[in-house]
Design a protein around this ligand. Structure first.
Ligand code: ADP
Ligand code: TRP
Length: 330
């Protein structure tokens, strides 16, 4: 079984990315064939800043490695280093109806907000389908917000196979039971686009400041509180042990626990959880040549698969291989 997922380099990865995609991705990598990439082509739909792009690509790669991905066992690469996906994306565009893309949530949100979008945003799901299909992927670990894209990918794969034969593997989405949507500092979905994230490798000082800024209701210190509706507890439960969760939940309900105390406990849990990865992250970031070596090796291994898939797809739609043309020259 092969798992694949991508993360856009549009800022430093955050707790939501970890819980929805990176964590499950790393767990899968212990037993399965895994391919993970930094989705720079996708980031380019919104990020038009050369220096920032470069920094975020390195941060994305260093994140997976700092959290324990073994680059020998799994493939970690930068999306644009395997340009076959852009060609596959073209083949898929020619079987993908406009109606499907029109229902894409990014397009709908832009339209509802009255924003202009570029063609890259409109075609985003086709490129994402090409990513998934180019590598014969079986499962795609992602957060809830990406479920629709994986469903669109399945539709495109089925349509392509229907027309041209069994060429593409139809993938399944893998969602987390808890944490498919991690809430951000303001209670909305945590997202780089909302500026409400907790970056994974914030320093202790930055982390404390962010945690202290989580919005809560105005219940006073003595009043009993409901952990189920509290933004602090929503994050706490994803990182604390069962015993810590039960203990904090009981104190919420009993009254006498202020939100400031709950924030302090959340801070401690996160600070402890990320102490070690933070150091590994800093080591990787201090050594871009090592990151380049990992990414170059990953790209080579990824391309062995994407080239083979593309070859099948080209053949299926009736394109000739250049090699074959030469052979027929008398
Ligand atoms: P962002 O929304 O912050 O730009 P990405 O779009 O790069 O993040 O998402 C990368 C991965 O992380 C995707 O699989 C996405 O579903 C997941 N993800 C992002 N935000 C969250 C969240 N708040 N909760 C759970 N998963 C998330
Ligand atoms: N669209 C995904 C996101 O915004 C990133 C992504 C690009 C991706 N290609 C992918 C995720 C392929 C899974 C599989 O989060």
């Amino acid at each position: 079984m092969r798992a694949l997922t991508g993360i856009k380099p549009t800022a430093q990865p955050h707790l939501g990315n970890l819980v929805g995609a990176i964590g499950p991705g790393i767990s899968l990598s212990r037993e399965h064939d895994c391919i993970y990439f930094i989705a720079d082509y996708h980031a380019l739909t919104t990020l038009h800043d050369r220096a920032a792009m470069r920094t975020y690509v390195y941060e994305g790669a260093a994140t997976w490695l700092a959290l324990g991905l073994d680059p020998q066992r799994s493939v970690l690469f930068q999306q644009s280093d395997a340009p076959e996906v852009t060609e596959l994306s073209w083949l898929l565009s020619c079987i993908c109806g406009l109606g499907l893309l029109d229902r894409g949530h990014a397009v709908k949100a832009a339209r509802d907000g009255g924003h202009d979008i570029n063609a890259g945003v409109f075609n985003y799901p086709v490129l994402m389908a090409a990513d998934i299909l180019a590598y014969d992927t079986n499962v795609v670990p992602v957060g809830q917000d990406q479920k629709q894209h994986v469903e669109m990918t399945r539709d495109m794969a089925v349509a392509f196979n229907h027309r041209f034969g069994e060429v593409l593997v139809v993938p399944e989405v893998l969602l987390q039971k808890e944490g498919a949507v991690v809430s951000g500092l303001d209670g909305r979905k945590m997202s780089k686009s909302y500026n409400n994230t907790v970056p994974l490798f914030a320093t202790s000082k930055q982390l404390r400041k962010l945690i202290m800024s989580i919005t809560t209701d105005s219940r006073g210190m003595e009043e009993p509180k409901d952990p189920e509706t509290c933004n602090i507890f929503a994050i706490f439960r994803l990182f604390a042990s069962e015993a810590e969760q039960a203990d904090l939940a009981a104190r919420y309900r009993a009254g006498g626990l202020g939100y400031g105390h709950a924030k302090q406990e959340l801070f401690e849990v996160l600070d402890r959880r990320f102490a070690e990865p933070r150091e590994h992250f800093a080591e990787w970031m201090a050594n871009p040549a090592r990151l380049d070596a990992v990414l170059a090796d990953g790209a080579e291994r990824a391309r062995v698969i994407s080239r083979a898939t593309l070859e099948r797809a080209r053949e299926a739609v009736g394109f000739q291989r250049v090699q074959r043309r030469r052979e027929t020259v008398p």
